[in-house]
Design a protein around this ligand. Structure first.
Ligand SMILES: [Zn+2]
Length: 348
């Protein structure tokens, strides 16, 4: 059944399915949360259930097989539309491109569709992907529709940056937060649906930051390369040998070109693995199992408490980055701490 195929997101699913059973809908929804975690897919499945010819489970799920469900699946249903930031090929074929803006023409086109009642289904449904990419004119134009929504129409705004939407738009939508999936849920899905090995699936899940969409598109070989680049740049041995100069150059390398978030994610996984070995000595639970020897050696050079302190430092670095503190300076402070943590005391 379609809703069951969405991994995780139990809370939003429960709210939406309760609405389906009672046939109570908001005119507009704002689904927000990280990119690629299932927001658009959930909107599409809700559209399927609402317009399904033979809905199941007291009307709270789509059959997934009728003409209407199939048309929505193939994005050709006459009552269900999607729009997103687009660019067009020479043959005028639209290609979604999240770097672009949603223009007023796209919102006007939606409004023209919504004027009329559903042709075949029960509701006219419009899904606006990357809704925070609407330019000012488009956003103001959409606001008019949200202020006086046509009957038998539902609008879904999908956004990973809801703070970039007009407050007046946000306040007119029922908001549903989609939280990142757990690592184990992503790992299990990759093993089951893509037949990846447990080691590859665990590593890819760690890289995905809770997004199944990212995990599906990620090549474990590329991920290992990126991970190795980061952990080798902050490699304990090179920091010790290179001293303060190495710390400055590593900080610069790790913080250029918006790489900081990825760097912090890998450092967190790396330190967690060291902690797991210190506490349980169980390599099966490691995300970076292929680097077992390096992790074990690092773990012998410091205590679990030091690793926990370093993990807390990474947490506060993330908060600092959100407040726009200087990434390179923060990374320098972190690497100095790392250097001190692994320094072997010299004999008196
Ligand atoms: Zn159906």
């Amino acid at each position: 059944m379609p809703f069951d195929t969405i991994i995780g997101h139990d809370r939003p699913k429960q709210i939406l399915q309760a609405g389906l059973r009672k046939e109570q809908f908001s005119h507009a929804y704002l689904f927000f949360g990280n990119k690629g975690i299932g927001k658009s897919l959930t909107a599409k499945m809700l559209a399927q259930t609402i317009n399904c010819e033979e809905p199941v489970k007291n009307g709270s799920d789509a059959c997934g097989q009728c003409w209407s469900c199939t048309q929505i699946e193939n994005a050709v249903h006459p009552d269900v539309f999607c729009t997103a930031p687009m660019r067009f090929t020479k043959d005028n074929i639209p290609i979604p491109d999240a770097r672009l803006q949603i223009k007023i023409e796209q919102v006007r086109e939606m409004q023209e569709h919504l004027v009329y009642r559903a042709l075949i289904g029960r509701y006219k449904i419009y899904i606006v992907d990357d809704a925070d990419r609407m330019n000012k004119e488009a956003a103001n134009c959409l606001l008019k529709t949200l202020e006086e929504p046509p009957d038998h129409s539902l609008i879904f705004l999908i956004s990973s940056r809801p703070q970039h939407l007009l407050p007046t738009i946000r306040s007119r939508c029922q908001k549903l937060r989609f939280t990142p999936l757990s690592l184990s849920a992503i790992q299990e899905t990759l093993e089951r649906q893509q037949q990846r090995s447990a080691d590859d699936a665990r590593l890819t899940a760690g890289f995905s930051q809770g997004s199944l969409g990212v995990a599906f598109e990620t090549n474990p070989i590329e991920v290992r390369k990126e991970r190795d680049h980061i952990v080798n740049t902050v490699g304990i041995d090179s920091l010790m040998q290179g001293g303060i100069l190495q710390i400055f150059s590593a900080s610069e390398a790790l913080t250029k070109s918006n790489f900081t978030d990825t760097t912090l994610t890998w450092l967190t996984h790396w330190l967690r693995d060291i902690l797991i070995l210190q506490i349980s000595n169980n390599p099966e639970r490691l995300m970076n199992k292929d680097r077992f020897t390096d992790l074990a050696q690092a773990g012998e050079r410091c205590t679990p408490k030091i690793i926990i302190d370093l993990l807390e430092t990474i947490q506060s670095m993330r908060q600092g980055l959100r407040r726009n503190l200087n990434a390179q300076v923060q990374m320098e402070v972190f690497l100095l701490k790392l250097h001190d943590a692994f320094e072997i005391p010299t004999s008196p």
